[in-house]
Design a binder for this molecule. Structure first.
Ligand SMILES: [Zn+2]
Length: 200
């Protein structure tokens, strides 16, 4: 039975690099992978990792209104697909996560999403909430400055200061490189990023 997997981790946990390694492993075994990325990330159609030179183009750039079950079904009918990989998986819509769940059930193709669980305000992205509800979960590890496991993603201003999690300086969908984000352990997230919802 093909399954839906959500491999989640904070910024810098190597999600895109892992996706590219999995894609290469499938290709080396003579199998076909389909790489999807959401249109939200318009910086490039490539899947880019922090490792220099490690990147690959997406096969499908998904707009929010796209029916991913129909799109993958059409591609699969022409040439069978062995695995579907989704980069920045938190940015596809909840409906599209349903579409992908149907891909595993009706087409028998495993689907692996790589993404963030929460934004810098520690709120689940709508797409991530659906992944968390439907998928098998696997955590990608990252460490905080203090060497504890980092589970939270904090956002930083250009001067390096943290943006408090209860301050809405931008929308949830904000794209930036690693310089704009830092993965923190819960202790330092509360200490440095703060949040009245936790502290009252
Ligand atoms: Zn820490």
């Amino acid at each position: 039975m093909a399954k839906l997997y959500f491999r989640y981790g904070p910024m810098g946990s190597g999600k895109s690099a892992q996706l590219l390694i999995v894609a290469q492993n499938y290709r080396d075994a003579g199998r076909r992978v389909l790489i999807i990325k959401p249109q939200t990330d318009t910086r490039t159609v490539d899947i880019e990792s922090r490792i220099p030179g490690v990147s690959a183009p997406a096969d499908l750039v998904a707009a929010p209104e796209d029916d991913l079950f129909a799109a993958i079904g059409e591609i699969h009918a022409k040439q069978p697909v062995d695995c579907v990989l989704v980069d920045e998986a938190q940015f596809i819509t909840a409906q599209q996560v349903n579409d992908l769940f149907l891909v595993t059930v009706r087409l028998g193709i495993p689907v692996i999403g790589y993404g963030l669980r929460t934004d810098y305000q520690a709120e689940a992205f709508p797409g991530a909430a659906r992944w968390l509800a439907l998928a098998q979960l696997e955590e990608l590890k990252m460490i905080c400055r203090c060497n504890r496991k980092a589970t939270m993603t904090a956002r930083k201003r250009p001067d390096g200061s943290f943006i408090p999690s209860d301050l809405d300086e931008n929308t949830q969908v904000f794209l930036g490189g690693n310089e704009s984000y830092e993965a923190l352990c819960p202790i330092h997230y509360i200490e440095w990023v703060g949040d009245r919802r936790f502290l009252r």
